[in-house]
Design a protein around this ligand. Structure first.
Ligand SMILES: [Mg+2]
Length: 123
């Protein structure tokens, strides 16, 4: 399976990347929503995108809205990765088409649980 990690923090991208690679995902990265849309043009639809909320250029909410406008991405699972202060906004992202959310700080176990809920088989 293939995953796109979208976060303006290089450290978070690395941590999520390590977790996903350990789960046998092929991992792509983007530093904000616009870069993520560009990356998707190269890779085509991926199985999963992990989406930060606050990012420059295009935030996570705007990214979810853009992706859900495009039918070719309809099977992509979108998981918001948020801080507690962003929680009140998460409902907005779920209404816009995000599938799940996980709070920072997260653990590998939390990520695995959410992937299972979304029907992505992990070992
Ligand atoms: Mg951020």
């Amino acid at each position: 399976m293939r995953a796109l990690v979208i976060d303006d923090s290089r450290a978070i991208r690395m941590i999520l990347g390590q977790i996903l690679k350990a789960l046998k995902f092929e991992v792509f990265n983007a530093g904000h929503g616009l870069e993520a849309l560009e990356k998707l043009k190269e890779t085509g639809p991926v199985d999963l995108a992990l989406v930060d909320w606050n990012m420059p250029e295009m935030n996570g909410y705007e990214f979810v809205c853009e992706v859900r406008k495009d039918d070719k991405y309809k099977d992509m699972r979108l998981m918001m990765v948020t801080t507690e202060t962003e929680m009140s906004q998460v409902i907005k992202a779920l209404e816009a088409g995000a599938n799940e959310y996980v709070m920072k700080p997260f653990t590998k176990e939390m990520i695995v649980e959410k992937l299972t809920i979304m029907g992505l088989s992990v070992e």
